[in-house]
Design a protein around this ligand. Structure first.
Ligand code: C2O
Length: 534
């Protein structure tokens, strides 16, 4: 099998792929001309993000140093900003957009901000892209650092170091709607407007599991916040070789798609619906504020919830221009304690929701657990051999016999001890310009795109976002994602019912139909044990 073809996905590590000055200088020879800039703006307007390379660095990177003297700033819900706070946010985005016109070479300007996100998500289809920070464990820390620098730049442009980004808490009841501030007025006179949205003020992000289409409802969020390990919650390892986290896969991807196509979600549309263009909609930063907040909520919701102690994760480095145009390196270790290091915290929504969500998460997962669990180590059930095969748009059921009684008893005993059973669907390849949404059921082989996402047989859902709308298929470029679902609750049920385990994978669209014929393939499907950490 050939290696993943997304530039940089196959490379060994973020540290090893640390950006060098030569990469930049070698790739930006034609960048800094007005004509090129105009072309790129237009290309974005047409949804063809190619070669998204931020401006070349002016120096070797300066390591990030926490500014202990900065007051801790409070990020608030976008639905709870005062009129003055809303006005200041608009003024800041206005300044960022004007900087693009007045100083096209400024690495902090609106275009550069959006390009950085594209560059770190397999944009720049010329093998000069940054590392893929989606689909694995870089997802949370990278976006946290990105938001931090974005926020400081915005504050600096309007001379207000206290400025904070708001968060769009789509998980709070009745806030599963597009934030008014970003839509009023709904035209380019509003610096928070984006022309590529389709969601209207009347649309609601689906939150009803009985329809099979729940992106942000209480049950969905309880599942996300109840994940027992960082791997399952936030992702594991790098892009293609790691595994998508539940937070990234389910609410995160769904809200991206919903903004530009609320009716069916797929086919995906620019800007928000496609990772390469997503950061060209200001609402991106409010959406990711909530993702970042939910990381904090997850950590606080259970004493066993913890960030990885893995030095490879903590040592991962990213590069940004700071508010003073200083090319800066920042590591994961620099961002894990956001309050001490980055000097911001989250003001919870004034509703009782965070408490409620946490309580539900605990109820859903059987209360406190003894210790974190590690990545799956031992395969106990093989459902599909490790070779590439098509995943049809109709539901696919894979079957295997469930181990003998003795093995089942051992499994049950291990679960008692805190081990988890993880269903892995590995090597899911999707053309780089397509979105894939799927739901997974255990021993419910008649599940369809309309089957309710409730009940003991529902294992979870995942959404893989397109990276680009460029004609990627012509060059065969695909994203590669590994998926994980905690099926510990499902297995005793299976064991009691029958000797066979059946895993049904259901691709779906928001309207309940099967997705158009997207050429998707996958490799292995198996259930593995994840032992409790000692
Ligand atoms: Cu970098 Cu919401 O994506």
């Amino acid at each position: 099998m050939s290696k993943p073809q997304i530039p940089s996905l196959g490379r060994s590590g973020l540290g090893a792929r640390a950006l060098t000055r030569r990469d930049f200088l070698g790739s930006t020879a034609t960048f800094a001309t007005g004509a090129t800039l105009a072309w790129m703006d237009q290309a974005y307007g047409q949804g063809v993000p190619l070669n998204c390379v931020p401006p070349p660095p002016n120096a070797i990177p300066t390591p990030f140093v926490p500014v202990g003297s900065l007051p801790v700033r409070a990020r608030k819900s976008v639905f709870e900003l005062s009129a003055d706070e809303g006005d200041r946010l608009k003024a800041a985005y206005d300044a960022l957009r004007r900087l693009r016109v007045e100083r096209p070479e400024d690495p902090r300007n609106w275009l550069s901000q959006g390009l950085i996100h594209c560059w770190y998500c397999s944009g720049s289809l010329d093998a000069l892209s940054g590392p893929e920070i989606h689909g694995g464990w870089w997802f949370l820390p990278w976006h946290r650092a990105y938001l931090y620098f974005h926020e400081r730049i915005l504050g600096d442009l309007i001379d207000d170091p206290s400025l904070t980004l708001p968060y769009w808490d789509w998980d709070t009841p009745d806030r599963n709607r597009f934030p008014d501030l970003y839509m009023t007025p709904n035209d380019p006179s509003n610096p928070l407007f984006d022309t590529f949205r389709a969601a209207t003020a009347a649309d609601r992000i689906p939150n009803d599991p009985s329809t099979g289409f729940d992106l942000v409802g209480p049950q969905r969020m309880a599942n996300v916040l109840g994940q027992v390990s960082f791997d399952l919650f936030g992702g594991a390892g790098e892009g293609a070789s790691g595994q998508l986290g539940t937070l990234e896969g389910a609410p995160h991807g769904g809200v991206h798609l919903w903004v530009t196509n609320p009716a069916t979600l797929v086919p995906a549309q620019i800007n928000m619906g496609v990772l390469g263009t997503a950061a060209f909609d200001p609402v991106f930063y409010a959406h990711h504020g909530n993702i970042d907040r939910l990381w904090e909520v997850w950590l606080a919701s259970d004493p066993t919830h913890a960030n990885p102690a893995n030095p490879e994760w903590l040592g991962g480095q990213f590069f940004f221009y700071d508010h003073a145009r200083q090319w800066t390196s920042i590591s994961v270790a620099d961002v894990v304690d956001s309050q001490t290091s980055l000097r911001y915290r989250y003001e919870p929504p004034t509703t009782a929701t965070p408490v409620g969500a946490v309580a539900r998460a605990e109820a859903a997962t059987g209360g406190p657990r003894a210790a974190p669990v590690t990545l799956p180590t031992e395969r106990v059930v093989e459902l599909a051999a490790d070779d590439e095969k098509p995943l049809p748009p109709e539901p696919t059921t894979l079957r295997a016999s469930w181990p003998e009684a003795a093995a089942r008893e051992a499994a049950a005993a291990a679960a008692e001890e805190g081990a988890r059973y993880i269903l892995r669907i590995d090597g899911v390849r999707v053309p780089l310009d397509e979105a894939l949404m799927l739901r997974v059921f255990v021993n419910q082989p008649d599940a369809t795109a309309e089957t309710a996402a409730t009940g003991p047989h529902f294992a979870g859902s995942a959404i893989i976002l397109p990276r680009t709308i460029a004609s990627a298929r012509q060059t065969g470029q695909q994203s590669v994602t590994n998926l994980a679902f905690d099926v510990t609750e499902q297995l005793p049920l299976v064991a009691a019912e029958e000797d066979e385990i059946a895993v049904t994978i259901v691709p779906f669209r928001g309207d309940g139909s099967v997705p158009a014929d997207i050429p998707v393939t996958y490799r292995s499907v198996y259930i593995a044990t994840a032992p409790r950490q000692q």
